[in-house]
Design a protein around this ligand. Structure first.
Ligand code: 8YV
Length: 324
């Protein structure tokens, strides 16, 4: 070992990212891309100055409490960092960073795919073609919801929310949003967006509701039965943020009653193996396996951004994307 800092990458990263990691650091890689247990994460990171984890590694207070004093930084390969207990990291003096911006375009693409897939009944359509169940055509066959010119509502108008809203404008949709701090007038005007001070005030204006807020204790179960009831009948719900922001029982009841016409979901509570079983059965659920950022250029961008943050930390500078 030389005098380069040791970085433990918990998952197999894109080639270009691993090449830079190996060039600039002593790297502990995971060539088989095995999902490590908490004990393994603690054990392997004992020889590391920094961890470069994905959202698949749950760095709870308990795990962080057991990390070696050697670990100085957790440089996430993700924008969301709900998998890291940041308070526990702060107590241990561990710097935490994320990877904003670089995944906004890719995630917005998936949000639009979720909107269209839900609105135009893609789950049923794909099944009909793939399972040779497509026998006939009639004027009422596979009639879905048209989104062009309708209202596109956003909860959490951050980076991804704004890009998604811009894309929705391509369908002549009127953008409505709520956000903890209102956008400046210029950004609001550029998006043609109408601001609503509360979620309750926003919901009646959403023919499509797209969720873009982070998962925090305050947003857990944010889309609950009371709020779903405020959506117009036949609304479409899109979630590319985190499963935790939806109360599954409430959304499933609304999907069954038809109050919510369809949902396009890229993220789920209990993903990947323990998602609510009804989501697998309902025809009006268009589901994807958490692939918002899954393009090569975006995954490269996320890895480079995580490495930029580590470079700053080990040069004694403040990393751009410090979250704790
Ligand atoms: C990733 C994401 O797939 O960045 C996030 O928060 O949810 C996705 O881009 C994942 O988190 C990678 O670790």
């Amino acid at each position: 070992m030389g005098d380069k800092p040791v970085v433990f990458a918990t998952r197999k990263l894109p080639e270009a990212v691993e090449a830079r990691l190996v060039r600039d650091y002593e790297a502990i890689l995971n060539p088989d891309d095995r999902l490590y247990t908490a004990d393994e994460l603690v054990e392997i990171s004992a020889g590391a100055d920094a961890i470069l984890p994905c959202h698949s590694e749950k760095l709870t207070a308990e795990v962080i409490g057991r990390l070696s004093d050697r670990v100085k930084a957790i440089a996430n390969f993700s924008v969301g960092y709900d998998h890291v207990d940041t308070e526990a990291a702060k107590r241990r003096g561990i710097i935490v960073t994320n990877t904003p911006d670089v995944l906004s375009d890719a995630t917005a693409e998936i949000a639009i795919l979720c909107m269209l897939g839900a609105a135009r009944r893609a789950t049923e359509g794909v099944a009909l073609v793939r399972e040779a169940g497509w026998k006939d055509w009639s004027p009422k066959f596979m009639v879905g919801t048209q989104v062009t010119g309708k209202r596109f509502g956003v909860i959490g108008m951050g980076r991804v929310g704004q890009v998604t809203a811009k894309r929705a404008r391509g369908f002549d949709m009127a953008v409505h949003y709520t956000k903890r701090s209102r956008l400046d007038a210029g950004t609001e005007a550029a998006l043609g967006a109408s601001y609503h001070a509360t979620i309750e005030e926003l919901l009646p204006h959403c023919d499509v509701l797209s969720l873009h807020c982070p998962a925090t204790p305050e947003t857990t179960g944010l889309l609950n039965a009371e709020r779903i009831a405020l959506l117009p009948k036949g609304a479409i719900v899109v979630n590319t943020a985190r499963g935790a922001v939806i109360d599954d029982e409430a959304l499933i009841a609304a999907l069954k009653s038809g109050h919510v016409a369809a949902a396009g979901l890229d993220v789920f509570n209990g993903e990947p193996t323990d998602i609510h079983p009804e989501y697998r059965k309902l025809d009006n659920v268009f589901g994807l396996p958490h692939i918002g950022s899954a393009t090569l250029e975006t995954r490269d961008g996320m890895g480079f951004r995580a490495l930029d943050n580590l470079d700053a930390i080990f040069a004694g500078k403040e990393p751009v994307d410090r979250v704790a």
